[in-house]
Design a protein around this ligand. Structure first.
Ligand code: ZN
Ligand code: ZN
Length: 295
């Protein structure tokens, strides 16, 4: 598979001189399967520069997988140029909204309302299909399969595993490792602990020995103390997840929007020093806009 990061920033796009090296666009990852089928995970603002590269490849089929529908993961979708051109086919996948009981199409088409955007969804010229996914559903895309699992975030968030000819990539989307919210002597404490244990095991089984783990790493441990429950991970939780699932590579992503390139590299170096690489440990890398690699 060929993988390219088009957006690695969390929460809000952060252009400017301080984010030139790692990029200011929000989440978007392009994956090309071995037979060149196009998988796009998330439609943050990074999907706009990705779209520019697709203009010479039409008609095309794009399989877009949305981890969750917070703005930073969908805001670029109305600017995804291939949807305005007939003969293109877009298949959008994502979770339902359990609070408002809305399926994926209803959630995404809100962005095309008159007060937010000048083009209505019914005016899009491409052939659009919507697939509201259930947990563990498996979708075949060319010679790859894409499967999903619920992670932990303040809206349903699907982590996606892409398998292709023996190689694998997993993206957490936005994810905060679950901690017990009940005091030790609370009557729900033990039951909740068992739930966490089962959920952690389910996630580890799902991503076991993945070649590439791309993980929400918004905060340092010190920052996290103020942001517990916001639904994001830290450098330490991402390292722990990568080690526990025996990943070969770990990319830290969803960089905090106020983090400058210099600050990002400093935190990265400190992380490498805190976790000296032992045999069998993953390689630790910072996700960077435009970075391309093969697996
Ligand atoms: Zn996010
Ligand atoms: Zn989110």
């Amino acid at each position: 598979m060929k993988i390219r990061f088009w957006g690695v920033r969390g929460s809000i796009a952060s252009p400017g001189p301080n984010t030139l090296r790692y990029g200011g666009n929000t989440t978007c990852i392009e994956i090309r399967t071995d037979d060149d089928a196009l998988i796009i995970i998330d439609g943050g603002t990074g999907i706009f520069p990705l779209a520019q590269t697709l203009l010479g490849q039409m008609p095309l089929t794009a399989h877009i997988f949305i981890t969750h529908t917070h703005w930073d993961h969908i805001q670029g979708l109305p600017f995804f140029i291939p949807q305005y051109i007939p003969a293109n086919r877009l298949v959008l996948h994502g979770a339902h909204d359990p609070v408002e009981q809305r399926d994926l199409r209803e959630i995404l088409t809100y962005q095309y309302q008159y007060c937010y955007f000048p083009v209505r969804e019914v005016e899009l010229k491409a052939n659009l299909e919507y697939v509201t996914l259930k947990e563990y559903q498996v979708i075949q895309v060319g010679d790859a399969t894409v499967s999903c699992i619920y992670m932990n975030h303040p809206v349903l968030n699907l982590g996606y595993r892409v398998n292709c000819n023996g190689k694998s990539v997993f993206f957490t989307g936005d994810h905060e490792p679950i901690t017990n919210i009940y005091a030790d002597d609370h009557h729900y404490h033990d039951e909740y602990s068992r739930f966490i244990e089962a959920k952690d095991k389910a996630i580890l089984d799902f991503i076991d020995q993945v070649d590439v783990l791309i993980a929400d790493t918004s905060y340092t441990a010190a920052e996290y103390a103020m942001k517990k429950g916001w639904g994001h991970g830290t450098y330490d939780t991402s390292v722990a997840l990568a080690k526990a699932c025996r990943a070969k590579k770990l990319f830290f992503t969803h960089h905090e929007p106020t983090r400058s390139d210099d600050a990002l590299e400093k935190i990265y170096q400190e992380t490498l020093e805190r976790y000296p690489r032992q045999p069998g440990d993953p390689e630790y890398l910072l996700a960077q806009e435009g970075r391309y690699f093969e697996v």
